[in-house]
Write a protein that binds this ligand. Structure first.
Ligand code: GUN
Ligand code: ZN
Length: 483
């Protein structure tokens, strides 16, 4: 067993419905076998477990691992393709890039780069839009499983309005999807999601084939795009004859509790009711919506209708992997709308963690740092003297500190990432570095600031207090202090 001593922040109760930020300023998590067995003030937990090793993470903050509900792995190299609306960006940027994954060696290195970006940004769970090529998706799953991250992905399918190399047929899509889903769904931490690209690129027969995969491999998830851009929406309505964009999926039985639709920037009122009825979640991707000029997300309308919303980075339409940036952009987008919500930092954290866990059906396992949950966590430790470090030292309270984290935090502040209590490397200075988890209980520490990987006592690593060097109730580090 290991005790992690840290300032703990999480949102076990939905702050859109009365929950508040939970903070243990000098907190402790007792972790064994990847699960959180106890949580409380450090003094109490330490006194009850005097022989256990203590990992000292008091510098900075420990948050639940981020949950990204919409991110495209084949697009890691095209982040930053600014200046185009959705359909032009797909045509000139994204689809051309995705065609390159027909080459297995390209697909392999893109997958490695993607996983590095993900873990380096503190994301521990994600719903990942796959590639159009079955071999590439199979290899992605191999790497995803080895990474130790909690990932759900699938073969992207489409049979119209795509470059010829990306097209498939409903029969082939069904066969390849079922094969991949049977191999990978619920294999350790990875799961399968049925993934038609969007209604524009999928015929009725293709969506029917997708529905068949959901039936053939029970428990698989479903994901696609919806109502992202006004021109796209008009094209879908013209082509499908569906009552709405949402209906184009629903009439094939594709919307269920484990379905996630990305964007939904331009929904009709009936569509929101339909999504709420089906229990389908929406992945809100604010940096993508802004960069592609897709529009301002109507969060209040979603919440009023009872639609579950969580954050997605939408790499590479989005501007990076880090859900802290998505949270800040979500805040800004609401600020800019006459009826926008004034989002609190607790709500931003919820959208980046527990809401995502719920959207992906993982709420029993992750999303907060409660007893009984798996130890999926991210340790933010800004460099001394950095604006975030200064801000945290002068924060008025935990909510204020968290607001500073969303405003100033970046992947460079992420010093450690755990999934199921095991460390996944987010080292960025070595090409081809290992992403595989350490045995349960180990932690990864970014090596760039000092003496290297591992739980040593160098500048870059947390203190590990063993039974032989035990101290009680030591305070210090960069804590949140009342002014
Ligand atoms: N709609 C269909 N494909 C895509 C994609 O790759 N990115 C975004 N943002 N929207 C899409
Ligand atoms: Zn997308």
């Amino acid at each position: 067993m290991t005790i992690y001593r840290a300032q703990l922040l999480d949102t076990p109760q939905d702050p859109f419905h009365g929950g508040t930020l939970r903070c243990d300023q000098d907190g402790a998590l007792l972790v064994a076998g990847g699960a959180i067995l106890d949580r409380g003030g450090y003094c109490r937990v330490r006194a009850e477990h005097t022989d256990e090793e203590v990992v000292d993470l008091r510098e900075g903050l420990l948050l639940p691992g981020f949950v990204d509900t919409h991110v495209h792995y084949p697009q890691v190299r095209i982040i930053g393709g600014l200046g185009m609306p959705l359909l032009e960006w797909l045509d000139k940027c994204a689809l051309r890039e995705e065609a390159k994954l027909a080459d297995p060696s390209v697909a392999r290195s893109v997958a490695t780069e993607f996983l590095t970006g993900l873990v380096g940004s503190g994301t521990t769970s994600a719903l990942v839009f796959g590639a159009h090529f079955a071999d590439a998706v199979d290899d992605f799953f191999v790497q995803a499983a080895a990474s130790g991250l909690r990932l759900t992905s699938g073969l992207v399918v489409g049979d119209r309005l795509l470059p010829p190399e990306l097209l498939t047929t409903p029969d082939r899509a069904h066969r390849e999807s079922v094969e991949l889903a049977r191999r990978w769904h619920a294999a350790g931490r990875v799961r399968y999601a049925v993934t038609p690209r969007f209604a524009l690129s999928t015929s009725e027969e293709m969506l029917e084939a997708c529905a068949q995969v959901l039936r053939d491999v029970p428990g698989t998830l479903f994901t696609s795009h919806v109502n992202e851009n006004p021109v796209e929406v008009a094209d879908v309505m013209r082509l499908t004859g569906a009552a709405s964009y949402t209906d184009a999926y629903d009439r094939h039985g594709l919307l269920q509790a484990r379905s996630v639709l990305a964007h939904n920037v331009h929904p009709g009122g009936e569509e929101l009711n339909l999504l709420a009825d089906r229990g389908t979640a929406v992945a809100h991707c604010p940096t993508s919506n802004c960069a592609l000029g897709s529009g301002l997300f109507p969060l209040r309308a979603h919440l009023d209708a009872g639609v579950a919303v969580a954050l997605g980075s939408d790499v590479g339409g989005g501007t990076g992997f880090c859900l802290l940036k998505e949270g800040l952009q979500a805040y800004v987008v609401q600020r800019l709308q006459p009826d926008g919500l004034l989002l609190s930092s607790a709500q931003l954290l919820y959208l980046a963690t527990a809401a995502g866990a719920r959207a992906l059906g993982l709420e029993g396992e992750v999303g907060d740092l409660s007893v009984g949950k798996r130890f999926d966590a991210v340790w933010l430790r800004p460099r001394p003297g950095d604006p975030l470090s200064v801000g945290l030292a002068h924060a008025q309270d935990a909510d204020d500190a968290l607001a500073k984290v969303f405003t100033l935090g970046a992947p460079t502040d992420i010093a450690g990432v755990w999934v199921d209590g095991a460390g996944g490397s987010n080292a960025s200075d070595k090409p081809g570095h290992r992403l595989a988890p350490e045995p349960a209980g180990c932690q990864f520490v970014r090596p760039s600031r000092g003496s290297g990987l591992g739980a040593g006592r160098g500048l870059g690593a947390p203190d590990v207090e063993s039974a032989s060097s035990r101290r009680t109730c030591r305070r210090g580090g960069n804590q949140i202090r009342p002014r």
